[in-house]
Ligand binder design. Structure first.
Ligand code: FMN
Length: 186
């Protein structure tokens, strides 16, 4: 994370400051990294208990409001992920929208070769979804579909149960976790 971080001033020098600076959307280009990385996103832990063991990964591609009736969400799973093919066998996945004090949990739940759940306060459920305590909100999601999308696969979820806390969500933007300010414009 953070390897391709560029400041806004750096981006403007490089790509211009107006729509006339549009460039072809070339895979792996600086422009794609700047635009996709600059898209603010909530940080979500997707977790389930399978065969008595916890499995989980971090996703910033989770999108809610895909459908309100029934309540649905989607997320995009990288085709190289080694965790998603296991996680999806649970059928029901717990989505915990991490809170702003949980950036360390984000790093840990995305890391390779570590116990992703070490020292995390977790909540298990009888049918598999596993939730991270202290999160901003929680959704019990059933996998309902898969759609190939380039090097990812779009997964659609039917949301069966939800809960939320007063905690402000953790946001990912340009490799950092900026804080949300709650000042309201008049
Ligand atoms: C901030 C952040 C956002 C991520 N978003 C996604 C995502 O939307 N989809 C995905 O497949 N992987 C995403 N990942 C990567 C996974 O969390 C995980 O690190 C990756 O799948 C490698 O582990 P694995 O081989 O165990 O799956 C993200 C990682 C980080 C740190």
């Amino acid at each position: 994370m953070g390897r391709h971080t560029m400041t806004i001033a750096g981006l403007n020098r490089r790509f211009g400051t107006d729509a006339a600076a549009l460039a072809p959307a070339v895979a792996h280009s600086d422009q794609i990294r700047a635009v996709f990385g600059g898209f603010p996103a909530a940080v979500v832990a997707l977790c389930a208990e399978i065969g008595g063991s916890p499995y989980g990964m971090i996703a910033t591609s989770l999108t809610v409001g895909v459908s309100y009736d029934p309540p649905m969400a989607l997320f995009s799973a990288h085709n190289d992920s080694s965790t998603w093919p296991v996680l999806k066998t649970a059928g029901r996945i717990g989505a915990s929208v991490l809170a702003e004090h949980q950036s360390a949990a984000c790093h840990q739940l995305a890391a390779k070769g570590v116990d992703r759940f070490a020292d995390l306060d977790i909540h298990t459920t009888p049918h598999g979804p596993l939730f991270i305590e202290g999160a901003s909100s929680w959704m019990d999601c059933e996998i309902t579909g898969e759609l190939p999308a380039g090097d990812h696969t779009i997964i659609t979820f039917r949301i069966h149960q939800i809960g939320h806390s007063p905690h402000t969500p953790l946001i990912y933007h340009n490799g950092h976790f900026p804080r949300i300010h709650h000042d309201h414009n008049p």
